[in-house]
Design a protein around this ligand. Structure first.
Ligand code: SF4
Length: 344
């Protein structure tokens, strides 16, 4: 072996390549001032009353690959709006609560929620690749979530003991912030439970940091006996650039069924044109537009809410413009309901 390939620099370069997505997570912007500098925005925005309070309650977190898709100098950019901790988060908003989907009511074991028939959801981690200001779990008690393989045992035992569970959903936070060796071991343990048939992954990482779609991820997803389904989360067509397209293609090549869920957000995607472009881009990338969610009424996110009537009008026009498979179901999560409620 040549001395060049074993030099410390070469080893560092190789491990940097292996660890690229984790390095990007570690380097994410967490300071509103830095985000303003990076985007050429007036620093007064970062100093506005309420911004630092909003960021203290739910920190800003933006990875570089998403930053590159935000239009510099535009404080109203729809991608920026999703991540910017605005002073309006502190506005009084009756009806907006800490746990709008009543997750706590459905916990059947630490880190395991069972809400709908045949499915159980594992909350693997509180970590995400981005902090979405409208997130319905922005106040979730992640400190109490089991985050180690040993701690997942209780949830796995509960899944094994309940033969009605045919599908396990990996969620969070974002489950793809967990490393591939740990996820591969978890998938193997789930595959060893005979009544589990499908493994669904809810993640925003292939959109936020497309380099997360590694060969190792494709390997364990394609290697499991469980049917792999991935639900990504993109709200606007501009989130889906060429790097994301390549990442999604790698997942499709691995045999993963790809779906998208979006949230209807004021100032982000609340026009027919924005929804049309999102659906067409998803279809072009082989991803089915699956759900458009009515905003869950979480405290701090009231400024994103679009009235349901407006959402229905928007969907009616979308149906006139697009083939049926390109129109998402407009749904709302209602605590106590046996399934998501279809609004249109
Ligand atoms: S990536 Fe998902 S879980 Fe994380 S903040 Fe965004 S919406 Fe919430």
């Amino acid at each position: 072996m040549s001395i060049l390939t074993t030099s410390p620099a070469a080893v560092r370069a190789r491990s940097a390549a292996l660890d690229g997505w984790q390095a990007e997570l570690r380097a994410a912007i967490r300071d509103p001032r830095r985000l303003c500098e990076a985007l050429g925005l007036p620093l007064e925005l970062a100093h506005a009353a309420g911004t630092s309070a909003a960021a203290a309650e739910f920190p800003l977190f933006v990875p570089a690959s998403f930053l590159r898709r935000i239009e510099p100098g535009n404080p109203h950019d729809p991608l920026l709006r999703q991540v910017w901790p605005g002073p309006e988060e502190a506005s009084p908003s009756p009806g907006f609560v800490l746990d709008p989907t009543a997750d706590a009511r459905y916990a059947v074991a630490p880190g395991l929620l069972k809400k709908y028939a045949g499915r159980a959801l594992m909350v693997l981690t509180g970590a995400c690749a981005v902090h979405c200001r409208y997130c319905f779990r922005r106040h979730f008690p992640y400190d109490e979530t089991p985050a180690t393989e040993a701690a997942w045992n209780v949830a796995l035992q509960a899944i094994e003991a309940d033969a009605s569970i045919r599908e396990v959903i990996l969620s969070g936070g974002d489950p793809l912030t967990v490393t591939d060796p740990r996820l591969a071991r978890l998938a193997a343990r789930l595959a060893a439970i005979s009544h589990v048939e499908r493994l669904r992954v809810h993640t925003r990482l292939p959109v936020m940091i497309p380099s997360r779609v590694t060969a190792a991820l494709a390997d364990w997803l394609s290697g499991t006996r469980l049917t792999p389904v991935m639900v990504i989360h993109a709200n606007h067509a501009r989130e889906l650039d060429a790097e994301v397209a390549a990442a999604l293609q790698r997942l499709r090549t691995a045999g993963v069924q790809m779906l998208n869920q979006a949230v209807l957000l004021r100032g982000v995607n609340d026009t027919v044109e924005a929804q049309e472009q999102l659906s067409l881009r998803l279809v072009a990338l082989g991803v089915t537009p699956y759900y458009l969610h009515q905003l869950d009424r979480v405290r701090g996110a009231a400024h994103f809410e679009v009235p349901i009537d407006q959402g229905r009008t928007l969907l009616a026009e979308l149906r006139r413009r697009l083939p049926g498979y390109a129109v998402p179901q407009y749904v709302q999560e209602q605590p106590g309901a046996l399934h998501k409620v279809v609004l249109s």
